[in-house]
Design a protein. Structure first.
Lengths: 248, 258
C-alpha cells in the first residue's frame, strides 16, 4: 500500500503540492488527472524519491521512503518501474541495452541471461526483434513501448506512468492504453498514472483522482466521474475555459 | 516550472550553493571509487573518448606550440644568450608549463564541453532521473568513470604533447635557426631534470580532475532545454579554463618553491 501523507513541495515561491493526502491500495490502478503544471509529475517523482518534499511523507508498505538509508532506498527503487513522459531512453544505447540496463547494472546479470528477458519484455509490448535499433531510429510510440519494456524488465511491484500517451496520435495512444491495462493485469502491479488525457484515464483506471491547487479535489471511479456534478471535474472533462479552474 | 538561467549567476548565494553542490558531488565521486573495479568497462570507454580521440588534436596543437616556442626563444636570445641553450630553455618551458596547461585547455574545450553537453542533455530529457529510478547511482555510472579517466589520460596526453612539442621545436631550430640537431638536443639534456617532467605530469593529473569534474557538475545542474545545455557547456569550459590557470599558479608555488 502507498500512503501519501500531507505532502508539501514548493519551487521558490511557487507552491506545487499543498498537503496532498492519498492512499493507493495494492493492485489498484490509480490515475491522477489535472491541468498541465498542477504537480502531477512532481507527485510521481516523490513516490520514487527522486524529489524530496518540503514536508510530509510517502509511506510504501509501512516504510517512509524519505527516511530510508541509501541501500534501503536502492532496494525500494528496484521494486518500482517508471515510464517517463518522453520515454527517457538512454540515447547512447541500443533498444536492447536500454531494456536490459537495470538487469546488467543493478542485478549483475550476464548478457546470456539478459538477452532472453529483453526479448520477452519487448515481445510483451509488441516489439519483436528491434533490440539492435537505436532510440533515434524508432517512432515516438515505439519509444514509449520500449520505455515500458524497460520499466517492467526487473518485474517491479509498483509501476508509475508519467503522461503515457502525451504526444501520440489517438490510435497509438489507445494501443499504449491497452498495453498498460494488459501489463498491469499480467504482472498484478500497483500502478499510478498521471495524465490529462481523459480517454486514457477512463481506459486504465480503477480509480481517478483530480489534482488542483496542490491538493486532491476529487476522488472516484471512472463511472462516477462521468456522473459527477463537481464543477472543477466537469470543467476539466469538458475542456472549458470558463469555470472554477483558473487558467493562467 | 524551472526557468532557464539566461546568464551565469555570480550572486553570493549562487556561489555558496554551487560550491556546496560541487563538494557533495566530489564526495560522492570519491565514495563511488569503491566500485572502481566493477566499473572498468565504463572507465575504458572514457579513456578512449578522452584520450585516444584527442591524440590528433593534441598532436597538432603541440607541434605548433613547440615550434613557436623555439622561434620566440631564438628571437629573444639573439645577442644576449648563446643558442646552445635553446634546447634547454624550450624544454623547460614546454615540460613545466606549456604542455600541461595548453593540453588541459584544449581538452577542456573538446572533452569538458562534450561531457557537459552529454550529461546536460541526459538531465533535461530525464535520462538521469530514469537511471536513478532504476536504483543505478548516476554518480557511480556517469561521473566516477569520467573523473578517473580524466586523471589518467591528461598526464598521458601531456607526455605525448611534451614529445611532439620538442619535435616541433627541433624542426624549427634545425630548419630556420641554423642550429644542428646535436646542439639542440645537448642543450636540452644539459638543462633537463626529471622533476620538470614529473611536476608537469602531476599538474596534468590535477587538470584532468578539474576538467572532468566541471563537465559533470555543469551537466548535472542543467535546467531547461537546448538553451540550458548550451549554457552548461559554456560554463563548463569557462570554469575549467579559470580553475586550470588558478590551479597552475597554486601548484607552481608548491612544486617549485623558491
Amino acid at each position: 500500500m502507498i500512503e501519501i501523507e500531507n505532502l508539501h513541495k514548493s519551487f521558490g515561491q511557487q507552491v506545487v503540492l499543498n498537503g496532498v493526502n492519498l492512499t493507493i491500495r495494492d493492485g489498484e490502478s490509480l490515475v491522477i488527472i489535472g491541468q498541465s503544471g498542477c504537480g502531477k509529475s512532481v507527485l510521481l517523482k516523490h513516490i520514487v524519491a527522486l524529489l524530496q518534499p518540503d514536508s510530509g511523507r510517502v509511506v510504501v508498505d509501512g516504510q517512509d521512503v524519505f527516511s530510508l538509508r541509501h541501500k534501503e532506498l536502492m532496494a525500494y527503487r528496484k521494486k518500482v518501474g517508471v515510464l517517463f513522459q518522453f520515454g527517457a531512453l538512454f540515447d547512447s544505447m541500443t533498444v536492447g541495452e536500454n531494456v536490459g540496463f537495470c538487469l546488467r547494472e543493478n542485478m549483475g546479470m550476464h548478457s546470456k541471461d539478459i538477452i532472453p528477458i529483453v526479448a520477452e519484455k519487448l515481445k510483451l509490448v509488441g516489439l519483436n526483434g528491434i533490440e539492435h535499433k537505436m532510440p533515434s531510429e524508432i517512432s515516438g510510440g515505439m519509444k514509449k513501448r520500449v520505455a515500458l519494456a524497460r520499466a517492467i524488465a526487473a518485474e517491479p511491484s509498483i509501476l508509475l506512468y508519467d503522461e503515457p500517451t502525451t504526444g501520440l496520435d489517438p490510435i497509438t495512444a489507445d494501443m499504449i492504453n491497452e498495453l498498460i491495462v494488459d501489463v498491469n493485469k499480467k504482472l498484478g502491479v500497483t500502478s499510478i498514472a498521471v495524465t490529462h488525457d481523459m480517454a486514457s484515464a477512463n481506459k486504465i483506471a480503477d480509480r481517478i483522482v483530480m489534482l488542483y491547487g496542490g491538493n486532491v479535489v476529487w476522488d472516484g471511479s471512472p463511472d462516477e466521474i462521468v456522473r459527477t456534478d463537481n464543477a472543477m471535474v466537469k470543467q476539466f472533462i469538458n475542456g472549458s475555459m470558463t469555470g472554477p479552474i483558473q487558467v493562467n | 516550472m524551472e526557468k532557464v538561467p539566461s546568464a551565469i549567476d555570480f550572486s553570493l548565494t549562487a556561489i555558496i550553493s554551487g560550491l556546496g553542490r560541487l563538494s557533495i558531488m566530489m564526495w560522492r565521486t570519491v565514495k563511488a571509487l569503491k566500485s572502481l573495479f566493477t566499473s572498468l568497462h565504463l572507465i575504458l570507454g572514457q579513456l578512449y573518448y578522452i584520450g585516444v580521440k584527442s591524440v590528433w588534436l593534441i598532436s597538432i596543437t603541440s607541434v605548433f606550440t613547440g615550434a613557436v616556442s623555439a622561434w620566440q626563444a631564438a628571437y629573444q636570445f639573439e645577442g644576449y644568450v648563446p643558442l646552445r641553450y635553446l634546447g634547454g630553455a624550450v624544454g623547460k618551458t614546454v615540460l613545466i608549463e606549456l604542455s600541461p596547461v595548453l593540453t588541459a585547455l584544449v581538452i577542456a574545450g573538446r572533452v569538458g564541453a562534450g561531457i557537459a553537453a552529454e550529461l546536460g542533455s541526459m538531465k533535461v530529457t530525464e535520462q538521469i532521473d530514469a537511471m536513478e529510478s532504476m536504483a543505478v547511482d548516476p554518480i557511480r555510472y556517469l561521473v566516477m568513470p569520467r573523473f578517473v579517466a580524466g586523471i589518467i589520460m591528461l598526464p598521458i596526453l601531456t607526455l605525448l604533447s611534451d614529445f611532439i612539442a620538442m619535435m616541433g621545436a627541433l624542426i624549427v631550430a634545425v630548419s630556420f635557426v641554423e642550429m644542428s640537431s646535436e646542439m639542440f638536443i645537448n642543450g636540452f639534456k644539459q638543462m633537463f631534470i626529471m622533476s620538470d617532467l614529473t611536476s608537469g605530469l602531476i599538474k596534468a593529473a590535477c587538470f584532468g580532475a578539474i576538467i572532468s569534474m566541471m563537465g559533470c557538475y555543469h551537466g548535472f545542474n542543467t535546467d531547461g532545454g537546448a538553451q540550458g545545455v548550451g549554457l552548461s557547456t559554456t560554463q563548463s569550459v569557462v570554469a575549467s579554463a579559470v580553475l586550470i590557470l588558478i590551479a597552475d599558479y597554486v601548484m607552481a608555488t608548491i612544486l617549485f618553491s623558491i
